[in-house]
Structures are given as structure tokens and as C-alpha cells.
Design a protein around this ligand. Structure first.
Ligand code: FAD
Length: 472
């Protein structure tokens, strides 16, 4: 609970529409995309950077904790309040202005509350797009705060690579507004301050506006489902595809047979694309694309892909056992349904790991072999962005498994997976979902003391007020 006087004061800063306190109105902001259900003291929804600054200054002066939230699709309990009922949610969902395209510079200046789908829908006629692609529909502020990766990282990089400038409100008593809104691609005139706010989950400040790089939208694409001849050959296949296709290769995504079966079972609109309906153990989705329209005399991309796959197939050490070239929308529908399918197949315990590319398949083989000895009846339903070293290592346990009643069970499982991934294979415990309450314990465990002290010091300098779900 929070004093009525604070509620009235906040209302005077953002208006009736900008402050929610009724439980029914706050429910969606208190509930995370996958796990969380917290309790908010209020939800503040400022509509401008100035209103954001006023709310933040008031809250800092009165020691009211704020959790920034954009699209609320994050998966590490970073965007929702805890269950104390004392944290306010600072929703950026009304910050949809400005929306200013610079066609020559190939940049957009946009409010942090703009949804990714709205941005790309509005850009459709310009031939440009913001090249981050994922199975959720986040808002730009949250994407920057988590440094979203997604399925086309291989070609376009992450959000960090495509962010030129930011406007940020600091959680200090003045609600200081930092103007870092450069729209220059080359600018080396001192510290690149915007980097502090990218991928750090709102701990150092609140993003209210951004300047983003846009790319020419793909005009042609071709996709295939590839079955490697063995798990060990996945790396050979990736290198062979890159050698043959260079930057045409725009996605190289992994899908385990378990994850595909879960999607086919739970998402009725999907068609099973495999011969005889038999789902292979491991499948790669490969996409090639061009940003130019088809030209007379040019080989269509389907034919390019088929030719490259045929050449790989004919190699003596062929890393490929089977391949199906199919319509991109159908193949991507399967890929984007994996998360939903896995979620419905039992109680999901998910990990967002990354490795050197050559270590992913050895890690998966190790876990498959070791899992039954460590944790019985846990199904591995992995998939992920294997072309850039990412793997969503999903574990599914039957919903009525009695071990789920023991709070130590999930923590022991997480501890074991992270120990193998980070300590044995040199991987990351959070590849592209950033940090939040869900992985706080592992941030504390795996971040060296001197770096944690440095982060805590930066937090004190930038945003000393209680901001964000994490403790630094
Ligand atoms: C089905 C599904 C598929 C997904 N696939 C991918 C994927 O392929 N790749 C990937 O990277 N992620 C993926 N995600 C995770 C998620 O969509 C991304 O992390 C996303 O970018 C989060 O953006 P959001 O707007 O929803 O942020 P939120 O969930 O609202 O917030 C995320 C974090 O950022 C902070 N924050 C939010 N807004 C601001 C702001 N304006 N200023 C400062 N801090 C802020 C929050 O406090 C929180 O810590 C997926 C999620 C789902 C549900």
C-alpha cells in the first residue's frame, strides 16, 4: 500500500488517464508474459519525456520504487513488480511520439512506447524496416533495455548495433533528462553514454525516445528446413552455408524435434511439413534473402538455395541428411510457434543461453546424456538462434510432477544447468533476455566482485533512486 497523498500527487503530474490504481486496470501490468504475477502500488503512464521526468523525480524524493515497463514481453521478471505491493509500475506505453523518419539518413526518431509491429507497419511504404525479428511484439524502450537479439541477428545484429541515440530520464531527485539523441552513425567525441542504457534492463535510467538505424527491407527470400546428418555436423553445415552464401544467409535457426512436436500438438493452424509426418530429432531453418526486387535473368532465390544445398549434399562428408525448401510464411509460422507449443506441453523451466557456435551441439549432447542421472523425467525442448550462438534451452516437466511443489527443485535444476553452461562450456547465462529477478542470483554468482562494484557505483551516479527489478 502507498499513502493516498502520493496517489493524488502523481495524478496531478500525469492526469487521471495516466495513473491506474484499480486492481482490474492494473492486472495486465502486474502479470508477466510467462511467469510473474506481482502486486503494484500504482501504474503510472506518462505521455511525454517531461511527464516521465516529473513522475520519476517525485518518486525518488519520496523513496517510491519504480519498475519500468514497455511491452511486458520480457522473460526474466524484469518488467513486473514484486508481490510487496509497494513498487509502482512506470509504463512507457503512451510514449508513442515522436515518430520522425529521416529517409536519407535511413533513421527513425521514435517514442519508447512504439510497438515493433507498428513501427514496421508504418515503414512498409518506405522500403525500409527495423531489422529485429522475434516471436513477440515488444515496444522499443524494452527492446533497447534488453538488447533484443532475435532470428535475424546473423545478418543485422542486435538492437545495440542498430541504436544511434537515446533520450533517457535518470532516477535522481531532479528526474534529469539526458539528451543522447545523436542521429550520427560515426561519432567518437568522448564516452558513448547510450551504451550504458542498452541491455541493462532499466537499472541506470529510463529510455523515453530513441534514434534507430533502418535497413532496406528484404524484397525476396527463400527458406528451407534442413536435417543435419548428425548433431556433430550442424557446425559444418553452418560454415558450408556461410561459405556458399555469404551475407545472403539471413537466418540459421535450430529447432529440436521435441519443440516442433510440442508446437504441432498445441497450435492447430500449423501444417506438419515433414515426409510421412515424422518429425526429425533436430532441424535447421535456413533463410536467404535479398533487399533488391527480382531482376530479369537473375536466378530466383529458391533456385539459389536448392543449388547450394545440392552442392553441400554431394560433398563426401555431406553434413546434410535431408532438406525441404518451402514457403517462408509456413516455415516461419512453425518457428514462431515453438515458444507457445513448449509453454503448453507442461511446466516450462526456460534458459536463454549462448555459447561459441562450435560449442552448442556438444553442450546439448552433454545435457541429453547427463539429464536423466541428475533430473529424471525432464524433457529437453530446445530451439534457438544457433547461427549466432544462442539456444533457448527449455526444460519441460509434467504439470502434476510432485517435485514442482518443492521450491528447491527449480533452483537446483537452474543451478546445475548454469554450472554446466557457464563454468564448463564458457557460455552466458543470459544471451538476449538481459537481467531481472529471475536471474538475479546468477548475476550475483557469475559477475566478478570488481565488476559488480563498478556497476553498483555507476548506478549510484546515474540513478540513485530505487529503479528497476534488479539489485546491483
Ligand atoms: C514468445 C516470445 C518470444 C521471444 N523471443 C525473443 C527473441 O527471439 N529474442 C529476444 O531477444 N527476446 C525474445 N523474447 C523476450 C522479449 O520479447 C524481449 O526481451 C523484448 O525485447 C522485451 O521488450 P518489452 O517491450 O516487452 O520490454 P518489457 O518486458 O516491458 O521490459 C523488459 C526489461 O526492460 C526494462 N524496461 C522496459 N522499458 C524500459 C524503458 N523504456 N527504459 C528502461 N528500461 C525499460 C524493464 O524494466 C525490464 O527489465 C521473447 C518473448 C516472448 C514472450
Amino acid at each position: 500500500m502507498i499513502e493516498a497523498g502520493h496517489i493524488e500527487a502523481l495524478k496531478s503530474l500525469v492526469g487521471e488517464k495516466g495513473l491506474l490504481t484499480a486492481p482490474a486496470d492494473m492486472a495486465a501490468y502486474e502479470t508477466g508474459a510467462r511467469y510473474d504475477k506481482g502486486r503494484a502500488a500504482f501504474v503510472a503512464r506518462p505521455a511525454t519525456t517531461a511527464e516521465t521526468s516529473a513522475v520519476v523525480a517525485y518518486c525518488v524524493k519520496n523513496a517510491i520504487a519504480l519498475v519500468p515497463q514497455s511491452g511486458n514481453t520480457g522473460l526474466v521478471s524484469g518488467s513486473t513488480p514484486d508481490d510487496s505491493g509497494r513498487q509502482g509500475v512506470l509504463s512507457l506505453d503512451r510514449l508513442t511520439a515522436p515518430f520522425a523518419l529521416d529517409r536519407v539518413n535511413r533513421t527513425i526518431k521514435a517514442g519508447a512506447g512504439v510497438r515493433l509491429s507498428d513501427l514496421n507497419a508504418k515503414l512498409e511504404d518506405t522500403g525500409l524496416f527495423f531489422p529485429i525479428d522475434l516471436g513477440a511484439d515488444p515496444r522499443l524502450g524494452g527492446m533497447i533495455a534488453t538488447n533484443t537479439g532475435g532470428s535475424r541477428f546473423l545478418r543485422y545484429g542486435d538492437v545495440r548495433r542498430n541504436t544511434l541515440g537515446l533520450t533517457v530520464v535518470l532516477a535522481d531527485e531532479a528526474g534529469t533528462v539526458l539528451d543522447l539523441s545523436s542521429d550520427l552513425r560515426k561519432n567518437n567525441t568522448g564516452v558513448d553514454w547510450k551504451q550504458l542504457f542498452i541491455g541493462t534492463s532499466g537499472a541506470f535510467g529510463i529510455i523515453t525516445e530513441c534514434v534507430l538505424n533502418l535497413e532496406p527491407a528484404p524484397k525476396q527470400s527463400a527458406t528451407a528446413l534442413l536435417v543435419p546428418s548428425s548433431p556433430a555436423e550442424v557446425a559444418t553445415l553452418l560454415v558450408a552455408m556461410e561459405d556458399a552464401l555469404g551475407s545472403y544467409l539471413s537466418a540459421f535457426e535450430a529447432m529440436s524435434g521435441n519443440a516442433i512436436s510440442a508446437a504441432l500438438d498445441h497450435v492447430p493452424s500449423l501444417r506438419n511439413p515433414f515426409q510421412g509426418g515424422i518429425v526429425p530429432d533436430f532441424v535447421i531453418l535456413a533463410e536467404i534473402s535479398r533487399s533488391t526486387p527480382p531482376r530479369d535473368g537473375e536466378q530466383p532465390l529458391d533456385a539459389v538455395l536448392e543449388e547450394v544445398l545440392a552442392a553441400i549434399w554431394e560433398r563426401e562428408d555431406a553434413p546434410l541428411a535431408d532438406a525441404f525448401v518451402g514457403p517462408p510464411h509456413e516455415i516461419w509460422a512453425l518457428r514462431h510457434a515453438l515458444s507457445e507449443g513448449v509453454k503448453h506441453s507442461g511446466r516450462l523451466i526456460a534458459f536463454d543461453l549462448s555459447f561459441r557456435r562450435g560449442d552448442i551441439m556438444p553442450f546439448l549432447a552433454h545435457m541429453k546424456a547427463e539429464m536423466p542421472d541428475h533430473f529424471e523425467d525432464v524433457t529437453i525442448c530446445d530451439f534457438g538462434h544457433i547461427g549466432d550462438g544462442g539456444v533457448h534451452f527449455n526444460l519441460v516437466v509434467a504439470k502434476d510432477d510432485p517435485r514442482l511443489a518443492d521450491p528447491d527443485f527449480e533452483m537446483d535444476l537452474r543451478d546445475w544447468v548454469f554450472t554446466v553452461a557457464v563454468e564448463q562450456f564458457g557460455g552466458s547465462f543470459s544471451a538476449e533476455h538481459a537481467i531481472g529477478r529471475k536471474n538475479q542470483a546468477f548475476y550475483d554468482k557469475y559477475t566478478p566482485d570488481d565488476l559488480r562494484k563498478l556497476a553498483a557505483g555507476l548506478k549510484t551516479i546515474t540513478s540513485p533512486g530505487p529503479l528497476g527489478a534488479m539489485t546491483f
